[in-house]
Design a protein around this ligand. Structure first.
Ligand SMILES: [Zn+2]
Length: 329
């Protein structure tokens, strides 16, 4: 298996390894996955594998092209600079794109262009990319990242090979979290991995900026607000979900665990409840199994809404109404 430096995501690594080993990397590859899943890291590893000169495992990490690319200065890899704040696809980008696509490789037999978070690219720029993809120079490979391919023009989607990355198994994720944040308590690392759905970057951010603790407090409150006679409490709580942070994802994952635990109790199974035992017991006492299953469906639909970029205010409204309806309130 290649790409061992990249945790989990075995299926994606397997597929990419087969492209690299066969020497046939598609002209446009899309790495899609949630924020914090390591899209850019993975894109860079693939770029490195594409220019690596090792005769065995690629990227080998020790050949000259690998070392140059790790240092960010291989002349045949062009990555659109992205500070995560300003849109990197503004003025001048289309000209840059054309210039870079038709530069003949310097040292390698390939030229790689990395386009991070391409959903931020305007339609006309996407169309220029499309034109290049219609008759790509033999040496050219685009590696594109975004959260979800539905964010791109349908015509672009039809010309790219998509690879999804995301959830890493909790135990593995916890190990990596502790490599990044060595002071983290092992239980917290594993719990954070669970709460943030195995997305390592989100868990690390949550542990660093306090949103992990916030989620631990908020999720049981949300669960109990669902069974209140009126919706005021739930409305108040949705107001606490911070815009632009992963608190909402964390709360949804945690609610799923609480609803599942409540379902376990309703089924008369006497196992330890994992997340917030008291909230789960209370829900089990006031909701039917059917309502609990509907709540779990509602959580899934809300996660989908998050992925489809429903705006924050609309998400808050949806969260209230879908959870209340599912609970028969
Ligand atoms: Zn190499």
């Amino acid at each position: 298996m290649r790409f061992e430096g990249f945790a989990g995501n075995e299926e994606a690594k397997q597929l990419l390894s087969s492209f690299v080993d066969g020497g046939r990397i598609p002209h446009a590859l899309l790495i899609e996955g949630p924020t914090g899943s390591g899209r850019k890291t993975f894109a860079r590893l693939i770029a490195r594998a594409a220019i690596c000169t090792s005769s065995s495992e690629k990227p080998c990490g020790v050949c000259v092209p690998c070392i140059k690319s790790a240092g960010g200065n291989h002349p045949d890899i062009y990555e659109v600079a992205d500070d995560g704040k300003t849109n990197p696809y503004k003025k001048g980008f289309v000209r840059d794109l054309r210039n870079n696509a038709y530069v003949i490789p310097n040292e390698s037999h390939r030229r790689i262009i990395i386009l991070p978070d391409m959903q931020r690219m305007e339609e006309n720029a996407q169309n220029v990319l499309l034109k290049i993809l219609e008759e790509p120079p033999e040496y050219l490979i685009f590696i594109i990242t975004c959260e979800n391919r539905s964010q791109l023009l349908a015509t672009v989607q039809s010309r790219i090979i998509g690879v999804s990355i995301g959830q890493v198994e909790n135990k593995v994720a916890a190990q990596i979290i502790r490599q990044i944040l060595p002071d983290t308590d092992p239980d917290d690392a594993e719990q954070a991995a669970t709460v943030f759905g195995g997305i390592i970057g989100q868990a690390v951010a949550g542990l660093s900026d306090g949103s992990y603790r916030n989620v631990l407090e908020l999720a049981p409150e949300f669960a109990l607000a669902v069974i209140k006679p009126d919706e005021l409490e739930l409305l108040r709580l949705t107001g606490k979900l911070e815009k632009g942070k992963d608190t909402a994802d964390g709360v949804l994952n945690s609610l799923n665990i609480i609803f599942r635990d409540a379902l376990v109790r309703r089924a008369g199974i006497n196992e330890d409840l994992s997340y917030s035992p008291q909230a789960a017991e209370d829900l089990a006492a006031s909701l039917t199994s059917e309502q609990l299953m509907k709540l779990m469906d509602a959580v899934e639909s809300l996660k989908r809404a998050r992925r489809q970029y429903v705006n924050h205010t609309l998400f808050q409204t949806l969260m209230c109404s879908r959870l209340r309806t599912a609970a028969g309130r």
